[in-house]
Structure formats: C-alpha cells, structure tokens
Ligand binder design. Structure first.
Ligand SMILES: *[C@@H]1O[C@H](CO)[C@@H](O)[C@H](O)[C@H]1NC(C)=O
Ligand SMILES: *[C@@H]1O[C@H](CO)[C@@H](O)[C@H](O)[C@H]1NC(C)=O
Ligand SMILES: *[C@@H]1O[C@H](CO)[C@@H](O)[C@H](O)[C@H]1NC(C)=O
Ligand SMILES: *[C@@H]1O[C@H](CO)[C@@H](O)[C@H](O)[C@H]1NC(C)=O
Ligand SMILES: *[C@@H]1O[C@H](CO)[C@@H](O)[C@H](O)[C@H]1NC(C)=O
Ligand SMILES: *[C@@H]1O[C@H](CO)[C@@H](O)[C@H](O)[C@H]1NC(C)=O
Ligand SMILES: *[C@@H]1O[C@H](CO)[C@@H](O)[C@H](O)[C@H]1NC(C)=O
Ligand SMILES: *[C@@H]1O[C@H](CO)[C@@H](O)[C@H](O)[C@H]1NC(C)=O
Ligand SMILES: *[C@@H]1O[C@H](CO)[C@@H](O)[C@H](O)[C@H]1NC(C)=O
Length: 390
C-alpha cells in the first residue's frame, strides 16, 4: 500500500468556501454513508444523511457475529452522527458493498468510548478485498495519542465490483465501527500523476507508474496557510483539508482578496477547492532583505510510518500581483532531504499567472530514523536562473 500526503501551496487568502447550493466541481456517482449500529437514518451537523445498514450489505451471520450499542458519553467536540452508535463485532464480520469499478474513498469513523460494558479499547484488524488496512489496530490508543476524541481513517481503494470490508477482532477481543463512508472519484485521480500526468520519483532514476492494484491511506491533507476546509466544502469528494498552523513553519501568509482561480483541463476544479489554492505560505521578508531567504529553507515535518512509499501531491497557485511572468519566482523542492525538483516556476509550469497546478512525487521512507519518522519538505529559493523574487 502506498501512503500519501497531500500538501498545498498557493499565494493569498480568501474566506470563500463552496457556498450552500453551489454545484460541486465533481458530482460523485456513488456516496454511501452508513451509520453503523443505528436503527434509524440520521442527518449529521453538515446536513448529510447517514442511513442504517441495509440488509444487502450485512452478512448472514450478522446477528451472531455482532451487536448494536449506544455510546455512554458524548465528549465535547464529538458529533452526534455517526459517533453515538456503534456496531460491535464479536467475530469476523464482512460487509459487502456493491460498487462500480474504479478507485473509491473509504472512510471509517471511530469513537473509542464506553458502549455499555465494552470499553472500546481492544485490538482488531480491518481488510478490504485483498488489502489489509489496519492491523492489530487500537482506536483507543490512536485517539489517546492525538488531540481529538474521535478519528476518521481514510483509504483509497481500487475495486472491480464489490468491496468486502472485514472487521477481525484480535484474540479474546472485540472490534467496532461507528460509520462507513464510500465515495467515488474521477478516474485515475491518484494514479495517473499530477497535472501533467507525471509522477516524479524522488531519489531514483527508474520510471514508476501506479497501477490499478495500488491502495492508499491518507496521512496528511493540509490547506497550507489557510483555514480548515470541511468535507462538505470540498469539490465533491468530501475530503477534509486541515490547516498547517500546528507545524510552526517560519514564513508568512500572504493575502490578496478575491482570487480568480482559472481552473484548466489539466487542473480541473475538482482537484482542490478554491480556498485551498487561494491560501498559501511564503518566505516573506520582501521589504527587508529578501536575499536572506537564500540562506534559509521553508520546512515542514510530516510524521509518517516507516517502510512505506508515499505519494506527495503539492498544489501551487501564484497570485502575488508583482509575480506575473515566468522566471520571476523560482525555487527548489526537497522531499525527504532529497532534491525532488530543482527549478519550480509556477507560472512557467501552469501556463498562466492565474492557473493552478498540482505535482505528484513518489518517495520511499525507510526505518533508519525509527518507525514514526518525519518526512521533511523543504522549499528553497533558487537564484541561479536570475529570478528576482526569493
Ligand atoms: C435518507 O436516506 C434514506 C435512504 O436513501 C431515505 O429513505 C431518507 O428519506 C433520507 N432522509 C432524508 C431526511 O433525506
Ligand atoms: C447463531 O448461533 C447459534 C448458536 O451457535 C446457531 O444455532 C445459529 O445457527 C447461528 N445463526 C446464524 C445465522 O449463523
Ligand atoms: C486502470 O483502470 C482504468 C479503468 O478504471 C482503465 O481505463 C486503465 O486502462 C487501467 N490501467 C491499467 C494500467 O490497467
Ligand atoms: C466478496 O465476498 C463474496 C461473498 O463471500 C464473494 O463471492 C466475492 O468474490 C468477494 N469479492 C471480492 C472482490 O473479494
Ligand atoms: C497488538 O498490539 C499490542 C500493543 O502494541 C501488543 O501488546 C499485542 O501483542 C499486539 N498483538 C498482536 C496479535 O500483534
Ligand atoms: C494516554 O495518554 C496519556 C498521556 O498522553 C498517558 O499518560 C496514558 O498512559 C495513555 N493511556 C494509554 C492507555 O495509553
Ligand atoms: C502493480 O505494480 C506492482 C508493483 O508496484 C506489481 O507487483 C504488480 O504485479 C502490478 N500489478 C499489475 C496488475 O500490473
Ligand atoms: C485560463 O487558462 C487557459 C488555459 O491555459 C488560458 O487559455 C486562459 O487565457 C486563462 N485565462 C486567464 C484569465 O488567465
Ligand atoms: C534545505 O533543505 C535541503 C534538504 O533538506 C538541505 O540539503 C539544505 O541544506 C537546506 N538548506 C538550508 C539553507 O537550510
């Protein structure tokens, strides 16, 4: 499985998110929202309809292998739907979701709390078809190590026709889940490469393509320099985009109101919402001594799991008014301390000062720095080409 990190860079800030009633850029052909363990359909805080698990998706041993339970508490910050009800698994349990061929987002929702006498602190595994998504997983430990009380695990799974989603409790243990979401996506969206259909292999000469049997787990999806963009404000795929403020990156957020994002055939509007392209972080110091920037990097540290390969997708949009032509702002991109792209010129690449672009990189992360290392992203201004903005 390839793990991936989505990062976004762009210039300027806007508070605009997709408004009520606006048409999303991508209209998913399939959206399933199952409120596991619930006995009636419920609407969540964002207005989405979570339905009960219908008989068609449940296995024949459903009643013996599982039971329904209500959460004993609702801690602050934990939404009612889908977290207040759960299906608890005593033994292996397989949901069968009939879907059309292609990659699907699979999002699993967990709220580890007390469900009657079950404390939801047990270990379990989750598979879908031939992919192991979670192994000896504890939602309780995962949440305990984070700031949030509930968690969403997001995967991108290639499917032929059925998604068999199996929960396997570890020995003398139970498994549980609160909600299951399945959403379709444009064909090949994470496998074909970036805006130019190219996947850049960092630190390797070999040409590598992602084939139709690769599954992904989302590790980070960040709206750099911007605010939280909730799933309902995404361009049709319900991807949540989190701010990057917790990375304490040196640099400034540049703000120009009313960004006009000129989506193109190569970067269509579904790739990322306007709000993601319309916010960014840059090195700043423009009025003091910009050449000092040549001695610095702008750096993010993204915690990942060792021994996986990552797809890193970077989004760029140049709207600083003074930067409106090629060879004005050029910089280098390093991923995992390796040069990933020597000359990044957003306007040259995108073909216009108001066009967004996104680039995909592939990088392998070994275990020489432990099992939870940081994948480092560095941006460094490049003066070699005569660019004037550092
Ligand atoms: C929620 O979805 C179910 C199943 O599609 C449907 O029967 C129900 O009317 C929907 N509820 C609302 C409030 O839209
Ligand atoms: C449930 O378990 C009982 C007792 O072990 C067994 O008799 C019954 O056939 C099982 N039902 C199903 C649907 O597996
Ligand atoms: C992958 O699947 C798509 C259909 O979803 C198909 O168009 C494409 O040719 C396949 N690519 C490979 C390399 O098999
Ligand atoms: C899903 O499970 C059903 C029933 O066990 C089986 O017939 C089918 O082949 C499975 N599909 C996949 C893709 O594993
Ligand atoms: C699962 O993880 C826990 C905690 O890390 C460990 O104690 C346990 O032995 C593991 N179980 C298996 C089957 O790997
Ligand atoms: C949860 O985290 C706290 C502090 O971060 C730690 O003291 C405690 O041992 C953790 N609990 C478990 C079950 O790991
Ligand atoms: C897909 O790529 C993997 C290696 O990345 C390879 O092992 C596998 O055989 C390929 N599958 C197909 C159907 O080409
Ligand atoms: C938008 O992009 C297209 C395709 O690159 C280009 O033809 C057009 O001039 C651009 N429009 C603006 C306003 O930049
Ligand atoms: C920028 O990052 C790269 C890759 O991590 C590193 O080799 C280089 O020394 C850094 N430059 C500065 C000025 O920190």
């Amino acid at each position: 499985m390839i793990r991936h990190a989505f990062l976004t860079f762009s210039i300027l800030i806007s508070a605009a998110v997709l408004g009520e009633g606006a048409t999303p850029a991508y209209k998913p052909t399939e959206v399933f929202l199952f409120n596991c363990g619930a006995t009636s359909d419920k609407i969540d805080d964002s207005g989405r309809n979570w339905t009960v698990e219908n008989r068609k998706i449940l296995p024949s041993n459903s009643e013996n292998a599982s039971f329904l339970a209500d959460a004993s508490y609702q801690e602050s910050g934990v939404p009612q739907v889908p977290y207040m009800e759960a299906r608890i698994f005593r033994s292996d349990f397989t949901y069968s979701f009939p879907v059309t061929p292609g990659w699907k987002f699979l999002r699993l929702y967990f709220y580890p709390t007390k469900y009657g006498s079950y404390a939801a602190d047990s270990f379990f595994s989750v598979t879908v078809n031939s992919f192991t998504l979670l192994q000896n997983f504890s939602a309780h430990l995962t949440v305990n190590a984070s700031k949030s009380k509930s968690l969403i695990k997001e995967f991108i799974i290639p499917v032929k026709q059925t998604m068999n989603l199996t929960f396997k409790p570890s020995l003398n243990s139970l498994a549980f889940v609160n909600g299951v979401e399945i959403v379709s996506m444009p064909d090949g969206f994470y496998s074909k490469g970036g805006f130019d259909d190219n996947l850049i292999n960092v630190g390797r000469e070999v040409d590598f393509k992602i084939n139709n049997s690769t599954a992904f787990e989302t590790f980070h999806r960040r709206n750099i320099g911007g605010q939280m963009v909730p799933g309902v404000s995404d361009t049709g795929m319900f991807r949540p985009w989190f701010p990057d403020e917790d990375y304490e990156v040196e640099g400034v957020v540049v703000s120009v109101p009313d960004a006009k994002i000129n989506y193109t055939d190569k970067t269509p509007a579904y790739v990322a919402p306007e709000d993601v392209y319309a916010t960014s972080r840059s090195m700043g110091l423009l009025n003091k001594d910009p050449s000092l920037n040549l001695q610095r990097n702008m750096t993010w540290h993204f915690t990942v799991d060792a021994e996986y390969t990552y797809l890193v997708r970077l989004h760029f949009f140049e709207t600083t008014l003074e930067v409106n032509g090629i060879n004005q702002r050029v910089f280098s991109i390093f991923i995992g301390k390796q040069e990933a792209m020597k000359e990044m010129d957003v306007i040259r690449l995108s073909g216009g000062s108001q066009n967004p672009v996104y680039i995909d990189f592939r990088v392998s992360v070994g275990s020489e720095n432990g099992m939870r290392p940081d994948l480092r992203l560095d941006l460094h201004p490049l003066a070699d080409t005569g660019a004037s903005v550092y």
